[in-house]
Design a protein around this ligand. Structure first.
Ligand SMILES: [Zn+2]
Ligand SMILES: [Zn+2]
Length: 819
């Protein structure tokens, strides 16, 4: 066995192995190997943001541990990586960096700017993923902005369209006026913001009386289509059915009953506008009111807004409040905190507009989603309700068209004459209808020959929500069902509503089958102040800062040990520092062991001479393996990490190595057989520790394994070695009890020495141990040599009776040491 050097440079070690693993294809999926079962991971393709944060470290570490564990368990692991390029964030950033607005330059020029940015960001993120030691098979890398991926997204749309699951409609949609695009419910966040509640008089028709309404959005008064009152509100319900005049526009509208009106809020009289919020949408639909849309896509008042046309909503608000005030209709104002929907990408308040859009008929699949989600294995289990609750809460179908440039084109044209939708043929894709004509000469409906292309593109989730099928090789590979459904889909708790949901609904629609068999959920990373880590809260730590300082293995330990899977994990520097200290401990112990094993030839026969302490730790090692295996089977990474760390540090290093050192140095005293038995034990236990640690700390374990074990074990890498299958037969409770008692005596003597400020190798001229019983004395006698050798006892006496002296905790054993 080669000796391990005393010093190590973790950053160098990590770099070295990352390069070697890639060069030798250590993590490649072997498609030719059909003997081993495959295990496919649906790696979520991230948005290239150019930013790899501790949340990414947490979630990549989780699924990489799973991948490495399964690989060692003998699975042919398929671990792909793609990039979900068409994010709205990229457009926003491309505009900022290049100081352009996308509408002001030709679309293909703007696309190019986005592509340059995406490639720059991918390079940064890929480097971070590699630096973290993630065992991706990089031969699978793909980008959703490439035409070959467009083809898959477009094909899936065509297939779903043919199934009647895609439709065009004019419905209320969430709209970001800054980004000038429709956005889905999942892209709307709800924020508490300060606002002003305006109390405004609405005159009753044919009466001198008026009712006062309260609204935070007086600028929408021109879009008022009704006034609502709770029918149980005795103050006002007598007015239901009458008409009331909308000020500013002097239009009469109906006073309608609506149970959802809260009589306690504002005045209890509510104006219904098209649209102030989602409640308005429901009321308008319920009462079949005709909407008046006064907002244009750029967030300005349109021609229906009369004299306010052209103003922004803020300007219109000021102008209308001023006019109301002049007319004496503004009763009062008060400050309130209100919840408003904001754009996930730019944080601007979202408006609700009515525009013609493409939708996927997702709500029709809600029962299916629920049924399937219940069959999926969730880590942790309670996360499935998040998906089900989200699916059940959706009021609208998924709006899949976006008024953007950087996205997969919707493969559709319209007949210029009759408006007939011309859907691309499955064989025409990938293509951009703006650049190509349909492969037919004339409109099938009216026979005319002029077509207009669809200019909208798909929501980026339309690309990424077919990843399970695409990873498996759909539609090109005949064999794609081999890797479908994915065995594991990993997701952050915050994107269950998008990633996990869209994957589910999309694949159910396409293939009538679940896309993933299990779903691994990670929580959020909390900053040093206990709040969710984010740049805007200034509690942010960038991943490279941690990895460059302490290395990937320490960062991965933080992720694994930070808390239960699915819970929020705080980031704390001391946790990473502790992880680094653990690595130093393991390294030093390994280097020391490699010295002790210099002359050792692996030999199972050495087992015949195993001593109580050897049997004790071998049995405990077996139990550790069992616990870690069970924990990793259940994705309980924190349990695995803590068990291994405690065992390595306290049982293996602090106890066992200390207790057998003497034996290894003095074969003449103990005899060769016992020495070899101790060497066998050290050799076995350290190898086992490297194996169970390998999924969590891939670099350091590889370095130690390659130096000390690879020649003998013949595996190209510790990561390609077979996971130790726990063997209950090797657990020896009796030996554990005996070893425990002997170890307790040694530990207590060492403690006494350190309390007396003596060096641990201070000789004890006479040690009397009062075992308290025959049985206990019998046990301790088996460890007499170990106790004497480790504690430097010249004259050791073990007596079965009870006696005086220092007590060994809770064992009824006492001892007196004369120095
Ligand atoms: Zn926006
Ligand atoms: Zn036509």
């Amino acid at each position: 066995m080669k000796p391990l050097p005393r010093e190590f440079n973790i950053l160098e070690i990590e770099r070295k192995w990352q390069t070697k693993w890639e060069e030798t294809g250590t993590y490649h999926f072997d498609s030719g190997d059909k003997k081993r079962l495959s295990f496919s991971i649906d790696t979520p393709p991230p948005y290239p943001s150019g930013d790899f944060h501790m949340g990414n470290v947490l979630n990549w570490t989780y699924f990489d541990i799973a991948a490495r564990y399964k690989r060692m368990r003998g699975f042919n692991v398929f671990f792909p990586q793609g990039w979900d390029c068409h994010g709205l964030g990229i457009e926003v950033q491309a505009e900022k960096e290049n100081k352009v607005r996308k509408r002001e330059i030709p679309p293909d020029k703007f696309r190019k700017l986005c592509e340059v940015l995406v490639n720059k960001y991918i390079a940064i993120m890929k480097e971070a993923v590699v630096r973290l030691g993630i065992s991706i098979d990089w031969t699978t890398e793909y980008r959703t902005m490439n035409p070959d991926y467009w083809r898959r997204t477009q094909l899936s749309f065509i297939l779903l369209h043919k199934k009647g699951l895609m439709y065009q409609g004019t419905h209320p949609i969430n709209w970001c006026p800054r980004c000038e695009t429709a956005i889905a419910d999942a892209e709307v966040n709800y924020d508490q913001r300060e606002g002003t509640l305006h109390y405004i008089k609405f005159p009753l028709e044919d009466s001198k009386d008026s009712l006062t309404i309260a609204t935070t959005r007086p600028e929408l008064i021109p879009a008022c289509v009704a006034v609502a009152i709770n029918p149980t509100d005795d103050r006002f319900n007598k007015h239901i059915g009458k008409k009331i005049i909308v000020p500013i526009v002097n239009r009469a509208v109906q006073i309608i009953p609506d149970e959802t009106v809260d009589p306690e809020f504002g005045t209890g009289v509510v104006m219904i506008c098209t649209y102030g919020d989602k409640a308005d949408v429901k009321t308008v639909l319920h009462h079949k009111l005709k909407p008046i849309i006064i907002l244009a896509g750029d967030g300005r008042i349109n021609a229906s807004g009369g004299k306010y046309a052209g103003l922004t909503t803020d300007e219109a608000k000021k102008a209308i409040v001023g006019d109301l005030s002049k007319e004496g209709l503004l009763v009062k104002t008060e400050r309130i905190t209100q919840e408003i929907g904001t754009c996930d990408r730019c944080e601007s308040p979202v408006e609700i507009l009515e525009l013609k859009q493409w939708f996927m008929r997702t709500r029709a699949l809600t029962d299916d989603v629920e049924k399937t989600a219940n069959k999926v294995v969730w880590y942790p289990d309670y996360m499935k309700t998040r998906l089900i609750d989200w699916a059940r809460s959706l009021d609208w179908d998924w709006v899949i068209s976006r008024q953007r440039v950087f996205g997969t084109p919707i493969p559709v044209w319209y007949c210029e004459n009759c408006g007939e939708v011309i859907l691309a043929d499955e064989n025409w894709v990938p293509m951009d209808p703006k650049l190509e004509n349909p492969g037919i000469k004339k409109c099938p409906k009216c026979g005319r020959t002029e077509f207009v292309p669809e200019k909208d593109v798909f929501d980026t989730w339309m690309d990424s929500s077919i990843s399970c099928a695409v990873h498996a090789g759909w539609p090109d590979s005949k064999d794609w069902r081999r890797l479908f459904p994915a065995d594991m889909h990993p997701s952050g708790i915050d994107i269950i509503r998008t990633w996990a949901y869209y994957l589910m609904v999309r694949h159910l629609a396409l293939f009538n089958e679940t896309p993933y068999k299990s779903c691994l959920i990670n929580g959020m990373v909390l900053g040093l102040d206990g709040r969710k880590m984010s740049k805007s809260l200034k509690n942010y730590v960038a991943a490279p800062e941690v990895v460059n300082k302490y290395g990937a293995d320490a960062s991965r330990q933080w992720a694994a040990a930070g808390g239960a899977t699915g819970s929020d994990i705080p980031f704390r520097w001391p946790d990473v520092e502790y992880a680094k200290r653990f690595m130093t401990k393991l390294w030093n112990a390994s280097a020391f062991v490699s010295g002790l094993l210099k002359d050792y030839e692996p030999d199972e026969k050495a087992r015949h001479a195993l001593q109580p302490l050897d049997k004790w730790i071998l049995s405990k090692t077996e139990k550790l393996t069992q616990t870690v295996t069970e924990a990793l089977d259940k994705c309980q990474f924190n349990i695995a990490m803590e068990e291994i760390r405690n065992f390595t540090w306290h049982v293996f290093c602090d106890c066992y190595i200390e207790a057998v050192k003497d034996k290894l140095y003095k074969p003449e005293v103990y005899g060769k057989a016992k020495r070899r038995a101790a060497q066998y034990t050290l050799h076995t236990v350290l190898h086992r520790l490297l194996q169970v640690l390998a999924p969590i700390m891939p670099h350091l374990t590889e370095e130690i394994y390659q130096t000390m074990y690879s020649e003998e074990k013949k595996f190209k890498s510790v990561h390609l070695s077979s996971w130790p299958i726990p063997d209950a037969k090797l657990v020896d409770e009796e030996a554990e009890k005996e070893g425990e008692a002997i170890m307790a005596v040694i530990t207590e003597i060492r403690r006494e020495k350190s309390e007396k400020h003596m060096p641990l190798n201070t000789p004890i001229s006479k040690l009397t141990v009062y075992a308290g019983s025959e049985k206990s004395a019998h046990t301790l006698l088996k460890g007499k040599e170990d106790i004497a050798g480790t504690c430097k006892v010249e004259n050791l006496e073990i007596l079965p009776k009870e006696g005086e002296g220092r007590e060994i905790s809770l064992r009824g054993i006492r001892f007196v040491a004369k120095y």
